[in-house]
Structure formats: C-alpha cells, structure tokens
Design a protein around this ligand. Structure first.
Ligand SMILES: [Zn+2]
Length: 427
C-alpha cells in the first residue's frame, strides 16, 4: 500500500520528524500540579537540555535554556532584516493524568486498519471507537506500549518544529522570516505561559503546534477556571461516633452527586457547550478537598457555572451546621478569540500555509486551552495549529507519521508565507 504523504516536502522531512519524536517521547517529562518551582519536574529539563544541544547542532547558535526551563533559539531571516519576527511554540511536558514514565513507543508501519493490540495491560486501539484511526489505513502509526501515554501531546509539536527548522536551516534558498522558537514547560498544569518572556521573545505573533487532527487551525479556546471546594467535618473514633461524627468525605460525595450529570459534563457535551467537571477528590471524615474544572467559550456562561457550583456546595453543606465550607476559584486561561481578532493576518498566514500543503483547513474551537490562550491575552497573538496526535492524556494515545510530516511541512510553508512580504499584513 502506498504511504499517503501530503507532499514531497512532507515526505522529505518525515524520517527526521519521526526520529526526533521517538527520541523525545522516551524522556519522562510529566508535569505536576501545585508546583513550587518552574519547571514542576526535573525530567522536563532533561528534554529541554537535549533540545538546546540539537538546536545548536542545526545551527541556531543562540539556543539557550532560561532559569525557568524555557528553551529559546533564533533562525535568522534569509531575506533581510525588514522581515517580521514570527514565533513557533510547543510544550515539552506531558499530562499528569496517565502514567508518563518509561514510554516505549511502537511504530506500526503501514497500518492495515482494524484493531491494534498493544503489548501491555490489554490496551487496544479500536477504530470502531476511534473513527480518525479508521481513516489512517496505510499510514505509519506510532503508539505507546499500552501502560503509558505516548506524549504526542506535545512532543509531536516539538519534533515538527525541530524538523521544520532543521529543513529551513539546511535550505537557505527557501524564503523565511526571522523565526523564534520556544519550547515551554508545564503547559499541562496550566503554567506554560506564566513565565514566558514575551518581550525577550520579540515576535509579532506566534503559533503553537499543539492541536490534534490534520488541518486544524484554532483561534478560539475555552475560558477556564478551577474551583477548589474544601469541606471540614468532625472526626471521632467510629466506635463512639453516634451524634458526633460529621463525615466530610460523605458531604463531598453529596456535592458531586448534586451537580448536573446528564448535562454540563465533559461526557455529555461537545462543540461550543461548556461544563463543570469534578476531577479530583481527596477525602477523609475530617477534611475533603474537591477540585472542579469550569469551562465555557462565553465568559458570562462560565460565571453561571461557577454560581451553580457555589450554590450546590452551600446547599449540601448547610444541611450539616457543624461542617465548614470554603470555595476558592481561580482563573486558568481566557478564550483567545478577542485577543486574536485585531491581527487577522496571523491566522490568515497559517490558513494559506495549510492550504498550500493541500490540506483542508478545519476551524474548530479548542475544548481546552493552549499556551496561546494566555500568551494571546498577554500580547503575543498565538493561534494553534494541528500537531497530529489523538487520544491525548491516555494510554491509547497515537499519532500518524504522515500527519506529523504534514505539520512540519506546514511550518516550512508558513515561513514562506511570512517571508513573501505580499503586503497583506499590518505588522
Ligand atoms: Zn498539549
């Protein structure tokens, strides 16, 4: 079966993308919540140092790792210093939501369709429940071994940027603006953009390669808050507890049970619908701590989700006067749309680059956030481009080599779009 590359350019960069990807996913870069420093885990620095060395080897002499674990490097323009400076961003960390140490990637060459059985834990990739996998017959598919995530989120993006930059550096005849590369830590715990030095980065706009399906171009994300609901009970030896014990664990369970379950949940919503998602509960009779994600594309509706949670928790806990309730809500990231609208040329250039690769552009709002959500709000307009991975944050995560190669080719073409100076940009 012929292997369906999107273009000769994609085919030319494919083996470099794959080699890099297989090298990066073996490094355990899982990030951790409630970090006390940046990055949250030392494994991320192992990969970041590796990337600094590889960038220098490609010829990006200023490649460096800053004190917070951000890798930056510059590929200068080939066509003069009047060219704009454009950023390329991906994150090195992987999600804390599935095991991330000891990743052993497997390349399934020329996937024939059908169920893929992975060697560990009985994990299977089943095209019946993964329609996008069903559409990848003939592709080379990369998965983990069944007991860990793969880390295509976002090492696919890292490998694609690296391969694209290497290709551009090796082909100075290809037009390009000045490209600034940044690999960020701790995106998965919502901190990827926190310590990003936008001023020093110096780009007029940037692109994260952190999307999923071939052709995705995203300029809208959820707006996101996290609520931490803390309930304090009264703990007494259960043998002598009659009339005295107030069980915080039981109260927390009641709060979860009282939240909507047939609507406003991740498992019952799609498209532009938001949700309340209780995702972590630590509980003893004495103290319960429940973490809830609040998500919507509309700020007013997001505020309603927060009110619903507050009302629900207050009503449940009010039934037990000896229990104490505290609710703390923090902003996680904003919807990037309003910050990108003043700079239509940034999304337009990516659109042209994807089309030039012969791929249909999929404009889909992201049911999640990216580094670009916060970066856009902070003044670096940053839409998100597909990186090719699927089933993120799970042991079934997979990516097509052909799709990764297509993404790398899109980056090469994007450089060409910005270098052309065809007068349709304001910056
Ligand atoms: Zn990601």
């Amino acid at each position: 079966m012929t292997v369906p590359f999107t273009s000769p350019l994609a085919e030319a960069v494919a083996s470099d993308v794959l080699e890099r990807f297989l090298r990066y996913v073996r490094v355990d870069t899982q990030s951790a919540r409630d970090r006390t420093g940046s990055p949250s885990t030392p494994g991320q620095l192992h990969l970041s140092r590796m990337l600094v060395e590889e960038l220098a080897a490609i010829g990006l002499d200023d490649a460096a790792l800053d004190e917070n674990g951000y890798v930056t490097a510059t590929l200068p323009s080939t066509s003069g210093d009047r060219d704009p400076v454009v950023g390329l961003i991906a994150h090195v960390d992987t999600s804390p939501d599935a095991p991330g140490a000891g990743v052993e990637p497997i390349v399934h060459r020329g996937y024939e369709g059908g169920v893929v059985k992975l060697p560990r834990e009985g994990t299977v990739l089943d095209p019946d429940s993964m329609p996008l996998l069903a559409g990848r017959a003939g592709h080379d598919i990369v998965s983990a071994s069944g007991d860990t995530l793969l880390g295509a989120d976002d090492k696919a993006g890292v490998a694609e940027i690296m391969a694209a930059v290497a290709h551009l550096a090796a082909h100075p005849d290809l037009p390009r603006p000045t490209l600034r590369v940044c690999f960020t830590p701790d995106e998965e715990v919502g901190e990827g953009a926190t310590l990003f030095d936008i001023e020093r980065f110096g780009a007029l706009g940037a692109y994260t390669l952190d999307g999923s399906d071939l052709g995705e171009l995203q300029d809208e994300t959820f707006a996101a808050k996290e609520a931490i609901v803390t309930i304090e009970g009264v703990d007494v030896h259960p043998g002598f507890a009659k009339g005295k014990l107030v069980n915080a664990a039981r109260l927390a369970a009641r709060v979860i049970a009282a939240l909507p379950s047939d609507t406003l949940t991740p498992e019952t919503t799609e498209g532009r619908e938001g949700y309340l998602h209780p995702y972590e509960l630590e509980a003893t009779p004495l103290k319960a701590r429940l973490r809830v994600l609040l998500r919507d594309f509309d700020d007013d509706v997001l505020a309603e989700h927060e009110q619903l949670l507050r009302r629900t928790a207050e009503e449940v806990v009010a039934a037990e006067p000896r229990a104490r309730l505290e609710i703390e809500v923090t902003d996680q990231y904003p919807n990037m749309r309003s910050y990108l609208e003043p700079y239509p040329e940034i999304v337009a250039a990516a659109q042209r680059a994807i089309e030039a690769e012969g791929i249909e552009v999929l404009h889909r709002p992201i049911r999640g956030g990216t580094d670009g959500s916060v970066l856009s709000a902070r003044g670096l307009p940053t839409p998100n481009v597909f990186a090719g991975g699927h089933e993120f944050h799970s042991v079934r995560e997979w990516v097509s080599v052909q799709d990764m190669a297509a993404a790398a080719a899109v980056v090469v073409r994007l450089a060409g779009e910005w270098a052309r100076g065809d007068g349709d940009r304001d910056g």
